[in-house]
Ligand binder design. Structure first.
Ligand SMILES: Cc1cc2nc3c(=O)[nH]c(=O)nc-3n(C[C@H](O)[C@H](O)[C@H](O)COP(=O)(O)OP(=O)(O)OC[C@H]3O[C@@H](n4cnc5c(N)ncnc54)[C@H](O)[C@@H]3O)c2cc1C
Length: 309
């Protein structure tokens, strides 16, 4: 769709929130890579989100939900249509509790670390292993994020989903297919919020576990550099990082993208990296691992957007 048409649609008072045109996606991803989104919206409330989806459906305009942008590689041509940022939806609320458990309502745009800190302050156990994982709760549920034996699905009771027509539905955990770093929730719908269950524990025990996981993460991952976390999934019973390392790929570089020397499944943007170089490096690493071990690595990151024209 022509950019003037998109401007016409989004310049009025269609919804409460912010609209930006030709917004560079490198400003919204932890990799700092990605061309412009035709339109980038930050709706302020759920009725606004519904209004946006209804008009997009009517006009046949594609959209992409965005959480913290910490698990995506956006191609250099940017994103066609509308990127919907969920960052305004950040509420955490205790719904009910008994002697043992507490049920918590959490919105999709809540940073995972805010939820982890909340659980630490209250002494609630169940998500300690998510300590240090960037991004938002919505993204973490959709991708079943986890570490150290903890996974997002393990504390989930239900989610609230808005479909492409703006209808809201509640799905229970058992209605959703979860796997290793994946779920059946697709990017053609929006996860709005979730109910999770945590177990009451002593604050200092929860805190000690979180500190331990954070320390292990800092020691084994290049946390302070621009990355999207693990580029590849661990093949069953194996470590993708180890295979990449043993295939001699540590430190390999194309353009400004480099295979981390700390954790080989992390690719680092060393400056002004391009998505095309990132994808070439992924292909090269995949080929070398296949040649050396006969194992085909599967991407963990989501590659989205259009190629540069
Ligand atoms: C330094 C670093 C360390 C990391 N460590 C880990 C780790 O230990 N374990 C781990 O699992 N991951 C890890 N990651 C990857 C990443 O942080 C997680 O996968 C995170 O949960 C992604 O959430 P996000 O909000 O950033 O998702 P995004 O990157 O914003 O989105 C990911 C995908 O989900 C979709 N999506 C996002 N939100 C919604 C929504 N509300 N509704 C519908 N679709 C949605 C998007 O369209 C996209 O396809 C790490 C990343 C970095 C940079």
């Amino acid at each position: 769709m022509k950019s003037e048409k998109l401007k016409d649609i989004f310049s009025g008072d269609l919804f409460k929130g912010e609209t930006r045109f030709m917004e560079p996606m490198m400003n919204h991803t932890s990799l700092r890579i990605g061309g412009p989104a035709d339109v980038f919206v930050i709706p302020r409330d759920f009725p606004s989100l519904k209004n946006i989806l209804v008009i997009l459906k009517k006009r046949g305009i594609p959209f992409l939900p965005l959480g913290g942008g910490t698990n995506v590689l956006v191609r250099d041509g940017g994103i066609e249509g509308v990127v919907i940022s969920l960052k305004s939806f950040r509420k955490i609320e205790i719904l009910s509790e008994d002697k043992v458990n507490v049920k918590v309502y959490v919105e999709a745009g809540t940073p995972v670390q805010r939820l982890v800190n909340f659980s630490r302050e209250k002494g609630y156990s169940g998500i300690e292993g998510l300590a240090g994982i960037p991004g938002f709760v919505g993204g973490a549920i959709c991708g079943n994020a986890g570490a150290f034996g903890y996974e997002m699905k393990d504390v989930l009771i239900s989610v609230s989903i808005m479909d492409a027509e703006g209808r809201v539905e509640r799905l229970r955990e058992k209605d959703i297919d979860f796997g290793y770093r994946k779920s059946s929730i697709s990017s053609t719908e929006l996860l709005l919020s979730a109910e999770i269950i945590l177990e009451k524990d002593k604050e200092e025990y929860v805190s000690a576990r979180i500190e331990d996981f954070l320390k292990r993460k800092w020691e084994s991952q290049p946390i302070s550099e621009s990355s999207a976390g693990c580029v590849f999934k661990n093949p069953h019973g194996l470590s993708a990082g180890m295979l990449i390392d043993e295939a001699g790929c540590k430190g390999m570089r194309i353009g400004d993208v480099e295979v981390s020397s700390i954790h080989a499944s992390f690719f680092i943007n060393k400056g002004r990296a391009r998505a095309s170089d990132f994808i070439r490096l992924m292909e090269e690493v995949t080929q070398r691992v296949k040649k050396r071990f006969g194992i085909l690595l599967e991407p963990e990151i989501r590659i989205v957007g259009r190629n540069e024209v």
